[in-house]
Design a protein around this ligand. Structure first.
Ligand code: GLV
Ligand code: MG
Length: 326
């Protein structure tokens, strides 16, 4: 290990994060009753400009009155480049900040964006004598955000998670695609002819670079990396596949832009029985190895060593967190 020890931020389950438009308050109690780990009430892109003020009032009322059943609740404010943002923060935090766990900041481009929000939220929480500390979820969804992702991740002690906003990222980089997440047939490699003259197409993941970049920055600063939306809510297999490839890179969860994606996120980001059994077997084998004075042993025909303990512990700790929440 480096002499610089990275402490993880507050542990929270974040397997599924359900987006709920602030302009549709009928959905709030349904979201509270869902199985989502985190609910984010949206003031940004799911709310039309003319509905912003009513949505803000709806959210303030709901934070104060809806029984959120112990769920983590977040509010996505508008971007720093809009004139809506300051009122989002001032009104929501002043009037309901003591009921709020997280604020989601969209289109973060520089560390100064986070610093500005931290200053504002801190002043309001101090003036209101709130005893809770509101954490930040930061959406990385622009070319500038990816360029500055390390500094952004380090910009505030309120930071808890980085989220990959694939739709705005595509718009920001002028990617030639209109889907929200998922694969694109144009991002592929055509092989040379094999001995029989056949060529095959291998699809790639056009989001691999920004997602990986964000995961590394998040983990280097103790934050949770979370994958963003998958737009086609009638394609559960497509969602599962996108979620699985995010999970193997290190993401802890994925957004649900429709209630039917919540169960999928929870499923993919929960260790399976088989994975858990394997992890426990690794830990038991390494405990015996330590007693025998060995650093590495063979288990089921494969080498495991002290690094395997750290890998297995990730799974076991996640399972414990899920168990505690049930
Ligand atoms: C989310 O905000 C996205 O732009 O994908
Ligand atoms: Mg976005």
């Amino acid at each position: 290990m480096s002499f610089t020890v990275v402490e993880p931020v507050a542990q929270r389950l974040n397997r599924s994060e359900l987006a709920v438009p602030g302009s549709n308050p009928k959905l709030f109690p349904k979201a509270a009753a869902s199985a989502a780990d985190i609910i984010f009430l949206d003031l940004e892109d799911a709310v039309a400009p003319d509905d912003k003020e009513q949505a803000r009032r709806n959210i303030i009322q709901a934070l104060n009155e809806v029984d959120w059943r112990g769920k983590t609740v977040s509010v996505r404010i508008n971007g720093l480049d809009t004139h809506h943002m300051y009122r989002d923060v001032v009104d929501v935090v002043e009037q309901a900040g003591d009921k709020l766990d997280l604020i989601m900041i969209p289109k973060v481009g520089t560390a100064a964006d986070v610093y500005a929000l931290d200053m504002l939220v801190t002043q309001i929480q101090t003036a209101k004598r709130h005893s809770n500390r509101i954490g930040f979820e930061l959406i990385i969804e622009t070319a500038l955000g990816i360029m500055n992702v390390d500094a952004i991740a380090a910009a505030s002690k309120r930071n808890e998670s980085l989220h990959f906003g694939v739709a705005d990222y595509a718009a920001s980089t002028k990617a030639r695609t209109t889907g929200i997440g998922g694969a694109n047939p144009d991002y592929a490699v055509l092989t040379d002819k094999d001995v029989d003259g056949n060529r095959t197409v291998h699809w790639g993941d056009m989001w691999h670079y920004p997602l990986s970049r964000m995961v590394v920055a998040a983990r280097a600063h103790g934050l949770r990396p979370i994958d963003g939306p998958f737009g086609d809510f009638s394609d559960p297999e497509g969602y599962r596949s996108a979620a699985r490839r995010a999970a193997v890179l290190g993401c802890e969860g994925k957004w649900a832009i429709h209630p039917n994606q919540v169960a999928l996120g929870n499923e993919v980001f929960s260790p399976s029985e088989a994975e858990l059994a394997k992890a426990k077997k690794v830990l038991a084998a390494m405990e015996q190895a330590t007693k025998d004075g060995k650093g590495a042993v063979a288990l089921d025909g494969r080498l495991i060593d002290i690094a395997s303990i750290r890998q297995a512990e990730v799974l076991v700790k996640t399972a414990a967190l899920i168990e505690a929440a049930n």
